[in-house]
Design a protein around this ligand. Structure first.
Ligand SMILES: [Mn+2]
Length: 311
């Protein structure tokens, strides 16, 4: 049995790509099980409710020696807790590769807008007898993952291939209005209610190594930016706690206004604020750092940090 696991703080792409890849493998006669490393976010829950999909089991660790397939990530820090006791047999991802393995494994990494795009390509690369067929529900899940990760093609991570794949997938999925569907997804993601502030910060949160030190970067992609801005004081207090507890050199929380493609970043103190302002030429708006057109952590924020710390 191979366990397909996405990254911690799972998003729609990581969950949907894992679920559909399980189907692909099962049609190939390979026994596998998609798992999640955390609670589903509201966007994923909305999609699952709308289309009657069962959520994958949620685990923290797996038995020693279990075979795992990493989907939508390849860094230990973003993976299952006891990854070092496990046997990574395959990686499918669209992030930069930063892993060392102790034996040759199958790695499929492509510069596409989502991991769901890579899974979709696997179905389409060969059509015919003996090749897995794509069911309508799975086509819907793949579209959801692509639209979610690319912010309905707004993100600079979007490629023409992603757009072509959505068109092709929708011949099967038959979603009437893709833009409306994406808005419903983004509104669901933005509807956080009374969510505890640590969960808000960690909705989509990753730790990165810049210049040998750990930095945490959380992003909140939203159609309702005031939700985050109104909770600024709580966010700052909790970020200070996380920074100390996790011995971070710095921590940042970026509110991404999806529809206007704007970035509003909150920092816990002067040090981070000065650093972020310097790197991104941000404008201080009442203690919140504003940057226009800065919406992708992967393609814009992280590379800029890395470039800065290299010098
Ligand atoms: Mn992804």
């Amino acid at each position: 049995m191979k366990y397909i696991i996405g990254h911690t703080n799972p998003d729609t792409d990581t969950i949907c790509s894992a679920i559909v890849y399980q189907d692909f493998l099962s049609q190939k006669g390979v026994e596998s099980k998609a798992l999640s490393l955390g609670h589903l976010n509201n966007e994923t829950k909305f999609i699952f409710e709308k289309f009657g999909i069962t959520a994958p089991d949620h685990v923290h660790e797996l038995p020693h020696g279990s075979e795992i397939i990493l989907l939508d990530h390849n860094e230990e820090k973003q993976s299952i807790k006891n990854i070092n006791d496990l046997d990574i047999v395959e990686i499918i991802d669209h992030h930069k590769v930063k892993i060392e393995t102790d034996k040759p494994i199958s790695i499929l990494v492509k510069p596409l807008g989502s991991s769901c795009s890579i899974i979709a390509e696997k179905y389409f690369e060969k059509l015919g007898v003996g090749h897995p067929t794509l069911l309508k529900t799975n086509a819907i899940l793949l579209i959801a993952g692509i639209l979610s990760d690319t912010l309905f093609f707004r993100s600079p991570t979007t490629t023409q291939t992603d757009k072509d794949l959505v068109e092709k997938l929708n011949e099967i999925a038959q979603i009437e209005d893709l833009e409306k569907f994406s808005l419903e997804m983004f509104n669901a993601k933005s509807d956080l209610g009374e969510m505890p502030i640590e969960e808000v910060i960690k909705l989509d949160y990753k730790v990165f190594d810049f210049g040998g030190k750990n930095y945490g970067i959380g992003v909140m992609e939203t159609t309702h930016k005031d939700y985050g801005i109104n909770r600024k004081e709580e966010i700052v207090a909790k970020m200070k706690e996380i920074k100390e507890k996790d011995a971070l050199a710095g921590i940042f929380f970026s509110i991404i206004d999806i529809l206007n493609e704007e970035n509003y970043t909150i920092t816990p103190g002067e040090e981070e604020s000065a650093l972020f302002t310097k790197i991104f030429n941000a404008e201080n708006q009442n203690g919140i750092l504003f940057v226009d057109n800065l919406i992708s952590r992967k393609k814009q924020i992280v590379p800029k940090f890395e470039e800065y710390f290299k010098n």
